[in-house]
Structure formats: C-alpha cells, structure tokens
Design a binder for this molecule. Structure first.
Ligand SMILES: [Zn+2]
Length: 312
C-alpha cells in the first residue's frame, strides 16, 4: 500500500486569534477582531489592546502630540533575573513590538476638547511601572496643569517593575503627588482601568480618579486572589476583583464597553470640564466666596486705644 502525505496548509500567524475568555475560546478572524476594537464578537470579551491603538480609538484623528518619548529606561541596578539582564530584556521587548516603554503620554483633543492623556501598554513588560512610566504619567499630569486640561489615564498593568526595585515603588508616590496637585487645581482626572490593573498601579494613581471607569470583566486589585485566600484563609466570593463585582461595592463608578468609551468620555467631560472658550465650571465652583466687607471697629476712646497698643 502506497502512503501519500499531503502537505499541511499553514495558516499565516496573526490571521486568526483565539478568544482569551476560557468559556468562549472561539477563533476570531484577525481583521474582524481589529475592527471590533479587540473585543470578541462572539462573547464580548475585552482582549488586550496596544496603547497606540487605544489612542487612535479615543482621540480625534491626528491631534495627538507625544511627550517624554525621548525618556528611555536605564538599568541602574544592573538587575538580572538569573537568566537575562534587564538591559537585554528591554532590548528584546522593544524589538518585538512597536512600543519602547510601557506608557504613551501626551495631549490631544477628545470631541474637540483639549485633554492630557497617558496610556499604559500591557504588551511591554506587562505594563509595569518603572521610572519612565512614572515620569510619563507625571508629564501628562503636568501638561494638564499647565494648560488647564482634564487628564485621562488608561491603566493596564501588573504593577511596579521589579527590575527597578525601590525606584519603581517611588513612582507610586510621585504619580500620587501630581494627581493631588491636579485635585488642588480643580482639574478632572478620569481613570480608566483595563484588564488587568493590579499591584502598585492600582494602589496609586489608577485608584485616584475623580471618575473611575473600568472595561467589562477587567481584573482589578492589589494582590492576586490566591495570595489573599492563603493570607486570610477564606474562600473569596465569585467574581472577586472583577469590574462587575467592584462596581457593586462602589470601588468603580462605571463600566464602559471599549467600543463606546470615546463617546461616553466626551459625555462625562461635558459635565466636568466645559470647553476652554466657556467659563470653567470647576474654577467657578472651587473659587472661594468673596470675603465679606470688614465691619468697622467699635468706636474706642483715645486713652483705651493707647493702653491696648502698649500692652502688645
Ligand atoms: Zn469570545
């Protein structure tokens, strides 16, 4: 008997993507997925998406101007995980994708309104926050302060970057400080949490939004559920740390489908920050009321006034 082997037809990489929702797991045509903002058309699961693509989806076309792009990470601690040094890891990661760091920041327009924006990119070392990410988020907040614009930050991150040790933890304080300055200046900060948003990012600026928004199904928390379960020795409820659970508990204000995010952000900003050519509501509301006219001092006899001034 003669055996005939038929050559297996190979599917080019990237044409089909498997839905990352375990319950669904359907194969989705790449073009369909891209047109649907990386949301599975079968089950609505929000898959990860690159920061640049998010920018295109959120901002008015052609309005984005980046800041801090020349700030690049350095291996100050000469960190190695035993198999690879941090510097090699950075080079290898940058060569794989389009991003040179885990955050893109700058300013642009959203529905015609000037906004400062920072977007964390999970595809670059899990969106982890090192010195550059912290600096780029702070730069976006500085832009907001300088030009009195609202700040939008989309966070998708595993937390602090272990390769930068304490320096990465310092970014929690740094970003929180600049958000506090925004608050003092009465400028709105919209924090958008995408899957996953955990560790030092969820425990710093990402949790400090005036309005906290999450994408459907996003995992949001500080430590993972397994760590918590083993620490407090109890079984956690279903859906713990998911956006739907957290919106019920009041940690999140609103869950918004990625495909409607731009329109909803425009609507929210219309409440919080009027267009620059109209009087700023935030300033009017936040400004102290005019000081009352001082009452004239009661008439005193000349001798009594002299005694008082001597006593001082
Ligand atoms: Zn699916």
């Amino acid at each position: 008997m003669a055996w005939s082997f038929r050559k297996k037809r190979e599917v080019p990489a990237g044409l089909w993507t498997k839905c990352s929702n375990d319950v669904c797991g359907k194969m989705v045509w790449g073009k369909t997925l891209a047109e649907n903002a990386n949301v599975c058309p079968e089950c609505g699961h929000h898959m990860k998406i690159e920061a640049r693509r998010r920018l295109e989806m959120l901002l008015d076309p052609g309005t984005f101007v980046g800041v801090g792009e020349d700030i690049q990470p350095t291996d100050v601690l000469r960190f190695s995980d035993g198999t690879e040094g941090y510097e090699q890891k950075l080079k290898r990661t940058a060569a794989k994708g389009h991003a040179t760091e885990a955050c893109v920041s700058g300013h642009g327009r959203l529905g015609g309104r000037p906004v400062a924006i920072a977007i964390l990119d999970f595809s670059f070392l899990g969106g982890s926050m090192g010195v550059v990410v912290g600096e780029r988020v702070a730069l976006a907040a500085d832009l907001a302060l300088e030009d009195r614009m609202p700040l939008l930050v989309v966070s998708s991150s595993g937390g602090a970057r272990m390769h930068e040790g304490t320096l990465s933890l310092m970014q929690m304080a740094k970003t929180s400080a600049v958000i506090a300055r925004l608050r003092a200046a009465k400028l709105p900060f919209l924090s958008i949490l995408a899957d996953p948003c955990t560790g030092g990012v969820s425990a710093s600026f990402a949790a400090q939004g005036d309005v906290t928004i999450a994408e459907p199904g996003a995992l949001i928390g500080f430590a993972g559920p397994r760590v918590i379960e083993s620490t407090i020795r109890t079984t956690l409820p279903d859906g713990f740390q998911r956006a739907e659970f957290l919106v019920e508990k009041g940690f999140i204000d609103r869950i918004i489908d990625r495909r409607k995010m731009r329109d909803e952000l425009i609507a929210i900003l219309a409440f919080l920050a009027p267009m620059p050519d109209t009087p700023l509501l935030a300033v009017t509301v936040g400004a102290p009321p005019p000081a009352p006219e001082p009452e004239p001092p009661p008439a005193k006899s000349k001798d009594k006034a002299k005694d008082e001034s001597k006593g001082k």
